[in-house]
Design a protein around this ligand. Sequence first.
Ligand code: FAD
Ligand code: NAI
Length: 466
Amino acid sequence: MTHDLAVIGSGPGGYVCAIRAAQLGMDVAVVEKEPTFGGTCLNIGCIPSKALLHTSELFEAAGHHFAGFGIGVDTPKLDLDAMLGHKDKTVEASVAGVEYLFKKNKITAYRGVGSLAGPGQVTVTADDGATQSVEAKHIVIATGSDSTPLPGVEIDERRVVTSTGALTLGKVPDHLVVVGAGVIGLELGSVWRRLGAEVTVVEFLDRILPGMDDEVAKQSQRLFAKQGMTFRLGHKVAAVDGSGDRLDVAVEPAAGGDAEHLAADVVLVAIGRRPYTEGLGLDAVGIATDERGRIPVDRHYRTSADNMFAIGDVIAGPMLAHKAEDEGVAVAEIAAGELGHVNYDAIPAVVYTMPEIASVGRTEQELKDAGIAYRAGKFPFSANGRARAMGTKDGFVKILADAATDRVLGAHIVGPVAGEMIQELAVLIEFAGAAEDLARVSHAHPTLSEAIREAAFAAWNKPIHL
Ligand code: FAD
Ligand code: NAI
């Protein structure tokens, strides 16, 4: 079969690239090794985790917050099977949506492991070993990532789990030990804590959420600790012994020293993800990966092999679904002879805990390191009427503007629905807007978004309500 463009992998990078290429008039093929489309994000990542974050948040609200609003309910009972059932149905609807879009756009799907067989050639090997040869003018590698293993700790996805196992635990663990205070550890740790688990987070560094703004990380850690999470910063898990009824987790100071032992029911290993290129046959086309296993690309996503592109988690940059999608659109447009482009300064990142943590653009540390003079405007949700009405006063908005030009360079929000609110700042940064521009835009009252306007006022001049 000969196509204009063949994508290997149907995650957010691959499936969006395929759809966009088909919209631009190309004959498109997708190769996927799993039984359903949608990749990590739809099957075992973004979507199922957000389903559990939402339902566990409601469970916690019913048990702990309703009374404060004058709503009396009996102690809510957890039906974990039903909660997991809602998550599974959400995933099914999402992956079915991708299948529908493939049909609608007349995209040819091949089931099996795709390996690069030479210029313009992919061999697809199905589960039963049958092979098929697919030819295409352009090939896009969108094979994503998988969990980074912790040396010496064996994953069984039952008691010692990655995020995949943590999305399907059959019962709430009495004690969950999370290794890694990154996005997965905090999101899935929050889910199981809300459902009744004691949660201890062991983090190698002396802070949580590396890469996020320091002040944001500090305040978030305080809020998570208040909610009942225990943090062991500057520590690492050296071993997990599963020979007894409970897991024996050896925790050591990162700098070395005596181990202490924690008894746990489940250990979640969430120490990052690594690019996935197994079985892809990169050697056959002369592509060498970098020191972190990523496929090097130029600014048009071209690999070292002719007419082969790579996008998403398998290349450098933040491992985020929307970043992969943006690159998918850009590559489809480049392959069609258009000018595809991604602005990496305007890609938001969101941690979907309660409160949510959202950021776009530069952190204060990055601006200091780059020697850029900036003004920081901050506004707390405790001074926002809507947040008070909702009983969600924790957190703040911080806007960082260039001291000379007032152009907004970064924005950080800890607060309710921060993941939705960050979008207006992404648009502002995309359009090179200034703090004054934002401060002069009318914001409906009473909304949480008024805190963003106030932070913009604070960065440019003075906040009104503080
Ligand atoms: P993937 O989604 O990993 O897709 C790659 C696809 O390629 C897979 O379907 C795989 O089976 C297939 N494949 C691999 N090799 C081959 C081969 N040789 N042949 C055929 N098929 C192959 N990001 C966010 O932005 N927001 C979130 O809320 C979020 N939550 C997450 C929660 C969890 C628990 C996890 C694990 C991740 C989360 N992410 C989130 C990250 C997000 O899932 C990834 O950034 C995103 O899926 C990357 O997309 P991708 O297309 O590059 O790769
Ligand atoms: P992460 O990179 O966010 O965090 C990993 C954490 O583990 C870091 O704090 C790191 O210092 C720590 N660590 C590393 N080795 C350790 C060790 N041996 N012992 C203790 N701590 C150790 O990675 P995570 O949470 O696994 O997530 C992977 C990726 O998935 C994220 O980078 C993110 O891009 C994506 N993701 C995005 C989500 C979102 O957008 N809401 C949700 C979940 C995942």
